[in-house]
Design a protein. Sequence first.
Length: 241
Amino acid sequence: MPNLSDPVPISSIPGLNRGLSSADEDTMIEMLGRPREPLTTTCSDDKASAAVMRLMETRRITENFRLTGIKPALDSVQSIIAKVKQQNPDLIAQLRTEGMLCVRHRKPTSGAPSLRISNHSWGTAVDFRLDGQDAPGNTGPNCPRWLAILVPFFNQEGWFSGLGFTARDAMHFEVADETIRKWQRDGLLGGEPAREPIVVAGNQTNGGPDTRPGTGAGAAPPPPSLLAPVTGFFSRIFGHG
């Protein structure tokens, strides 16, 4: 009988991340707001955005672990784990987590420093390992069999696997960009997208945003950032861990 830890080729995983893309930082900020800076690579969950705080829950997923994240992500993970358990109960009995919500900067497996916000900061990413084993990082062309089993279940529910990053992050699953936008359209994120206040340099009162006409609530949103294609490229290269 194959061991859950046996290496298998990543190329053997059917339809890896097909139709899914890693959730871009700009998307996450638009949908769920920006965490409070400054951030480091250490969890600072008290700095989660207001939208995340409203949606945050801690829930038991299996008899072996709980997760803290936003409600629709927890609902999705719970559904996925139930489906996996039906077909692979031994895997779920051994499955453990490295956590979900963790408000911090990214820690790419490439080792490159990053000031980008980790998708864990919105409670929409989760890392897994097996009992008694380290969480797998950049596993090269292969991955543990248990991950190859999990990936299609998560992909089917609209989660992007970290195996799709150029610098692989095998333990990592995150709600895909397409999925978080669908959740917003379906009202699962609690209303309108969370837009950041427009702050005009030199026009603040007691540290607050500029409240002149045209800059407050109801003002037209700013045009998309010209840097979006560039930041999207680096996201694909370095990952969102």
